[in-house]
Structure formats: C-alpha cells, structure tokens
Write a protein that binds this ligand. Structure first.
Ligand code: OAD
Length: 252
C-alpha cells in the first residue's frame, strides 16, 4: 500500500495507472460535499448523526410516528443543499468522466451536487433528497397541492409524501444496486472518496472491485475500515486531491 500525505501527494505509479486505464469507477460519500458546506454524517461535532438521532428521523418507523417532524427535517436539509455549490472535487470528476472511456460514478449522496456539477451518468445508491415520492406506493411525485398539511398528500392516492431517499431498514433501489455492483466488478481502478466505508452494501463495493482485480484508491481525510485494503491512500481533502490527480495525470 502507498500512503501519501505530503507533497507531491499523487504517486507516479497511480498517475501511470490512471493514464493507461479505460475502466474507472468512483464511489463517493458525504465527505466530497463537505467543502460545499453540506454536513457529513459521522464526523464528530459537525456530522448529522452527531447531532440528530437517525432513528427519530431516517426510518419508516420514525415517519409513521411523526411524519411532520421527518418532513420538516428533510425540508431543512433541502434548503441547505439548495444553496450549495459543487466544489472542485465534483468538477474534477466531471472532467475525469470526459477523459476516461468507461467511467462510472456511484454516489451515496442524496444532495444532487454531482448532477449540478455536470456529471452525466450517476448511480444514486441512496436516492435523491430533491425528489419526492408517495409513502404508500413509492411513485415519484413531481407536483402536489399545497394544502398546508405537513407532509403534503399524494395527488393520486392521498397517501403522505416523503423524500425519495433510502432510510435505515429499507432496501436500496434494485436497479442502482445492480448497476453499482456491475460497475465495481468491471473496473481496473476503483476510487473510494469521502466515505467512512461503514454503511452496507455501499461499503462492500470496494471488496467486489478488489476481488475482480481492480486497484483500490482511497481519498479521505481520515482512516476508514477500507484503508488497510487500499493500494493507494491519498490522505487529504477531496477538493484538493482530485483536481491534483487529474492535473498530474492529464495536463503534464
Ligand atoms: P460519513 O459521515 O459516514 O463519512 C464521511 C467521510 O468523509 C469520513 O470518512 C470523513 O473522514 C470524510 N471526509 C470529510 N470531509 C472530507 C473531505 N473534505 N475530503 C475527503 N474526505 C472527507 O458519510 P458517508 O460515508 O457518506 O445514508 O455515509 C454513508 C451513509 O450513511 C450516507 O449515505 C447516509 C448515512 O446514514 C443514508 O442516508 C441512507
């Protein structure tokens, strides 16, 4: 394993690998959006789960108990995200997508910042907070009457509306999970960026990639359970490292 924290932070061996490969898969987590002002989940002090209990806000049981509280909490997060601007890490991934023949981007993030940055094909494993669906039948709903009820009602079946995100205890969208598995098993280079690598099944995608022969690169401020299995560990902020990686590989 090669770990770099200093200057130059990008090992030449990795530059050569990225330059020559046609199959790259990137998995991102909330750390990539931290520099856009979107809170992560597990960072001490600032992480959402350090301040709020997910069992009160991010489970079907919580919604059944207090749908108003859950809806309002997601409204607050939506407002935070609405003001957020993609950072240099999101933008560098857009460039990488254009430079690599088979590039797949898998995200656990629900903030829509990859799309806002201009990434074209994104596998959203945990849904998207900007979308709304019916709690009863899961149908995506784009417009509803503002009847002052919180949460609003589904215009089709009068059920309650909820954000289209995956809550604890819920299955991931099948199509996204299948695509993510395929992307992980069919790459030569797998990047794990800004994720604590503790939430399954996303955390095991790197294992699938490794077992299929891919080299694993971790970009993170701190060690994670994936660190010992990574071929390259780039210790630092995604907003600094990913642009540097693209620059060192394709512009020198
Ligand atoms: P976590 O909060 O668990 O982890 C964030 C990771 O990002 C940590 O490992 C940090 O060290 C790292 N990090 C923070 N700032 C960074 C930066 N600027 N550059 C690089 N790394 C940085 O967030 P996730 O791994 O995304 O699920 O959490 C996974 C899932 O758990 C989320 O999708 C969410 C949550 O419960 C659902 O909501 C279903």
């Amino acid at each position: 394993m090669t770990t770099t924290t200093g200057n130059p932070p990008i090992p030449l061996e990795l530059v050569d690998l990225l330059y020559s490969t046609e199959n790259v898969t990137v998995l991102t987590g909330s750390g990539i959006s931290a520099e856009s002002g979107v809170p992560t989940f597990r960072d001490a002090q600032t992480g959402l789960w350090a301040q709020y209990n997910p069992h009160d806000l991010a489970t079907p049981e919580a919604f059944e108990r207090d749908p108003r509280l859950v809806w309002l909490w997601y409204e607050w997060r939506r407002r935070l995200i609405a003001d957020a601007i993609p950072n240099s890490a999101h933008t560098a991934l857009v460039e990488l997508e254009q430079l690599i023949l088979h590039f797949r981007l898998i995200t656990q993030n629900v903030d829509g910042l990859h799309e806002k940055a201009g990434s074209e094909s994104i596998i959203e494993l945990h849904g998207n907070i900007l979308r709304t669906k019916c709690y009863e039948d899961g149908q995506i709903i784009e417009k509803w009457d503002d009847d002052d009820h919180i949460p609003p009602h589904c215009p089709d079946c009068n059920g309650l509306l909820r954000p289209d995100v995956v809550w604890f205890g819920e299955a991931l969208p099948n199509e996204a999970l299948t695509a993510a598995l395929r992307a992980s098993q069919n790459c030569d280079l797998f990047f794990s960026v800004g994720t604590s690598s503790v939430v399954q099944p996303a955390a095991s995608l790197a294992d699938h990639a490794r077992q299929s022969g891919a080299a694993i690169v971790e970009i993170n401020l701190a060690p994670t359970p994936l660190t010992p299995f990574a071929d390259f560990v780039l210790r630092g902020s995604a907003g600094q490292i990913i642009p540097m990686l693209v620059e060192s590989t394709f512009h020198k």
